[in-house]
Ligand binder design. Structure first.
Ligand code: SF4
Length: 163
């Protein structure tokens, strides 16, 4: 979804968004019911936890560069995400995040993505207009409210949903 602004090569070399520490475990992707069924069929050993009507991967603790991290079980350290183009919506829009602030839906961006966070804010906002990305994110949040995270201080707000 972000191929025009985020190169596949950078993602392949980085993969920071597939590793979580204790503080950002809340960032693990939400897996919709239909994707859940597909993953259970294709990867029967993957474990999940429940969140609302959706599912979360049970991430695997691993020591990486001396740090205790939780690794998404769909990550293959050599080849990347095993889900290919069937990634959860959260992963397809990463590092954009949909959050709720004072009862309003906002789209923000995670600072942890080195590739996008270093781009001018104007370009990040412009991207939301391209191919209707902002509207797609708000529409998905309506269909699956489990993807909405509580607003985290410090996340730049790029768009607010109009009432
Ligand atoms: S589903 Fe794929 S892209 Fe998403 S966090 Fe897991 S490995 Fe990364």
């Amino acid at each position: 979804m972000l191929k025009n602004i985020l190169s596949g090569k950078s993602c392949a070399e980085c993969r920071i968004c597939c590793l979580f520490d204790n503080y950002d475990l809340w960032e693990t992707p939400i897996v919709s019911d239909s994707l859940y069924e597909k993953i259970r069929h294709d990867f029967p050993n993957i474990e999940f936890m429940e969140k609302g009507k959706s599912h979360l991967f049970r991430c695997i603790p691993e020591k990486i560069n001396g740090e205790e991290l939780y690794v998404c079980p769909m990550l293959d350290h050599s080849t990347g995400c095993k889900l290919g183009d069937n990634k959860p919506f959260d992963c397809r829009i990463w590092p954009y995040r949909i959050m709720e602030l004072n009862g309003r839906l906002v789209i923000s961006i995670a600072s942890i993505c080195p590739e996008l966070y270093n781009k001018p804010l104007s370009q990040l906002v412009e991207q939301l207009d391209k191919n209707g990305l902002g509207d797609i994110i708000f529409a998905e949040a309506e269909l699956n409210p489990d993807i909405i995270k509580p607003y985290e201080e410090g996340y730049p707000i790029l768009r607010v949903k109009q009432a």
